[in-house]
Ligand binder design. Structure first.
Ligand SMILES: Cc1cc2nc3c(=O)[nH]c(=O)nc-3n(C[C@H](O)[C@H](O)[C@H](O)COP(=O)(O)O)c2cc1C
Ligand SMILES: [Mn+2]
Length: 464
C-alpha cells in the first residue's frame, strides 16, 4: 500500500460504503477505467477495512514485483528469477499471530465484512484472494493456490477446487491415504503480494510456491506454523483462517461472477470447516471483484504466459509467446521461425497436451517470427492474409477445461473443444507448386535509407 500510495496509485474511500453493492460498483468502475487500487476504510456494519485492486493492472503488478512493466521484459525477468527458488525461513511468530482465536472463539464474521462482489452472487465470498495452503500427503511439499470460498456460516465456507489444480490433487491423494479423515487447509489473506502472485501462478512442484515467491522477491519469505495443524503460512499475513476439508463432502456453490464475465451456475464444491482464526491488530481484508476486465486476470494469466513460454521454447524455432489477457486467457499467441513440415501443428498440440497448460489455455494462434504478437494490428493482419480456414484451422474435441467456460451449457462445462490457427505464410503450399510465396512490400531497407537522411525532406522531426 505504501508503494502504491507513493506513486498515487492508491485511493482511500473515507465515506461509509455498503458491502452489499457499493464495493462492487466502485471497483467495477475503477477496473473498467484503468483506475487506482482502493482502500474502503469504513464498511457499513463492520470494523475491518477492505483493500481491492492491489495488483490488477500491469503497472501495479510490475510495482509489486519490482519489475519492468514492459510485457516481454517482465516475462524474461520472471523466468530469470524463478530459475532459482529460495526456501522460506521458519520463524517463531509474526504479525499474523497478534490475535489467536481457536475453536469456539474462531469466527469468520469478526474478520470478514460481507462483500457481495457481484449482484447475482449466491452469497458474499470470503475467499477471492485467499491463499489456500495444503500439503502433498505423499511428498510433504506445501502448495499454495487461490480457490474461491463462498460464505455459508461463521464457521463454514465453500472451497472450489477445480480439476487439475494442485489443491484438488492433494485432496484426492489424501482421500486415498486417510479415508474418512479431514485434510487440513490454511488460508492466508493479505500478504506481501508476491505470495499472492505465486499462489495464483501455476508452478511445477517441487518446490512449493513459497520457494517461488522467495525467488520472485529475491529473499526468503518468513513463515510461521499454524495453531491447529503443521501447515506454514506467511508470518506477515493480515488474517489466517485454519480449517479442515472432508473429501467427498460437497455442497452447491455459487453463482459467482467469474473472469469470463458471466455469473456461473451453481456447482458442487467442497466445504471448509473453520478451526482457528489468527490476525494482526486492526487487520485489513483483501478481496477482488472477479468478473471480466480489460486487463484480464493477470494474477494467474501472467504466470501461464511465462509457463507456456518455458515449455514451448523447448521446441526449436519458438520465438515468443503472449497470452491475450482480455480474452480471459482463452487465447495464446505464439510466433515461430517455421522450420519443418508440421512444425505449427506440433506447437499447437504441445499446448493442448501439456499437463499444466491444458486445463486453463484454450485456443492457439501461431504466426511467423516477423509478427509482433503484442501488437494486435499485426496479429489481425497475419490471420487475415495467411489463413485458409479449411486448411489452417485445427479443432480438437473433448479437451479438459476448469469448468468456467460459458460457451458450453452447464451440463457440459468442464469439457471443451479448442481451435488452433496456423496464421503463418503457407510457404509449403507455394513450394509444392514450384513457386515462392509473394514478397512482403514493407521495403524496410528503403525506409531505413530515407530515415537516415530525414532532414532533407524538411518534415517535422516528430513525423519520423
Ligand atoms: C481471483 C482468482 C480466483 C480463482 N479462483 C479459483 C477457484 O475458485 N478454483 C480454482 O480451482 N482455481 C481458481 N483460480 C485459479 C488458481 O488460483 C490458479 O490456477 C493457481 O495456479 C492454482 O494453484 P495450483 O497451481 O497450485 O493448483 C483463481 C485465480 C484467481 C486469480
Ligand atoms: Mn501449485
Amino acid at each position: 500500500m505504501a508503494a502504491l500510495e507513493k506513486k498515487g496509485l492508491l485511493g482511500r474511500v473515507k465515506a461509509e460504503v455498503d458491502p452489499s453493492w457499493e464495493i462492487n460498483g466502485v471497483t467495477k468502475k475503477l477496473m473498467d477505467d484503468g483506475g487506482v487500487a482502493v482502500l474502503f476504510e469504513k464498511v457499513k456494519g463492520h470494523k475491518v477495512p477492505v483493500l481491492c485492486g492491489l495488483v490488477e493492472t500491469l503497472e501495479r503488478f510490475a510495482l509489486a514485483l519490482e519489475m519492468p512493466s514492459d510485457d516481454r521484459k517482465m516475462m524474461e525477468e520472471w523466468l530469470r528469477r524463478t530459475e532459482h527458488p529460495i526456501p522460506p525461513r521458519l520463524v517463531k511468530t509474526g504479525p499474523c499471530k497478534e490475535n489467536i482465536m481457536v475453536g469456539d472463539k474462531a469466527d469468520i464474521d469478526a474478520i470478514f465484512p460481507p462483500v457481495l462482489w457481484h449482484k447475482a452472487d449466491g452469497a458474499p465470498f470470503v475467499g477471492t484472494l485467499g491463499i489456500q495452503v495444503t500439503k502433498d500427503p505423499e511428498t510433504g511439499v506445501q502448495n499454495c493456490g487461490l480457490y474461491r470460498m463462498m460464505y455459508r456460516t461463521k464457521k463454514e465456507t465453500g472451497l472450489l477446487l477445480c480439476y487439475g489444480q494442485h489443491g484438488e490433487q492433494h485432496l484426492q491423494k489424501w482421500a486415498r491415504m486417510y479415508p474418512g479423515k479431514p485434510m487440513p487447509v490454511a488460508v492466508a489473506i493479505g500478504t506481501d503480494p508476491v505470495y499472492l502472485i505465486a499462489a495464483a501462478s501455476k508452478f511445477s512442484h517441487p518446490p512449493g510456491e513459497e520457494e517461488y515467491a522467495g525467488a520472485l522477491r529475491g529473499q526468503p519469505l518468513e513463515v510461521v506454523k499454524c495453531e491447529t495443524c503443521d501447515l506454514k503460512v506467511p508470518a506477515s499475513a493480515e488474517i489466517v483462517l485454519e480449517g479442515e476439508v472432508y473429501p467427498g463432502e460437497l455442497e452447491p456453490d455459487g453463482p459467482f461472477g467469474e473472469y469470463p464475465g458471466y455469473q456461473t451456475g451453481q456447482r458442487l464444491a467442497n466445504l471448509f470447516h473453520l478451526r482457528a482464526v489468527t490476525h494482526r491488530d486492526n487487520p485489513i481484508f483483501l478481496g477482488k471483484r472477479c468478473g471480466w476486465s480489460p486487463e484480464g486476470n493477470l494474477l494467474w494469466g501472467k504466470s501461464m504466459e511465462c509457463l507456456a513460454y518455458t515449455k514451448l521454447r523447448k521446441i526449436p524455432g519458438v520465438m515468443d509467446v503472449h497470452l491475450v489477457h482480455a480474452a480471459c486467457s482463452f487465447k495464446l499467441l505464439v510466433s515461430i521461425r517455421k522450420s519443418w513440415p508440421g512444425h505449427v501443428n506440433q506447437v499447437i498440440h504441445a499446448v493442448w497436451g501439456d499437463d499444466e497448460l491444458a486445463h486453463l489455455l484454450k485456443n492457439v494462434v501461431v504466426v511467423d517470427e516477423n509478427v509482433d504478437i503484442r501488437n494486435n494490428a499485426q496479429v489481425e493482419w497475419a490471420v487475415a492474409v495467411h489463413v485458409q480456414p479449411d486448411r489452417d484451422i485445427l479443432i480438437a474435441r473433448n479437451c479438459p477445461e476448469i469448468g468456467l467456460d460459458p460457451s458450453q451449457p452447464y451440463s457440459k462445462q468442464g469439457l471443451t473443444a479448442k481451435w488452433g490457427i496456423d496464421a503463418t505464410m503457407p510457404v509449403e503450399a507455394y513450394r509444392a507448386e514450384g513457386t515462392e510465396p509473394p514478397l512482403l512490400c514493407d521495403d524496410p531497407d528503403i525506409k531505413a535509407k530515407v530515415e537516415a537522411q530525414w532532414q532533407k525532406y524538411g518534415l517535422n522531426e516528430k513525423t519520423r
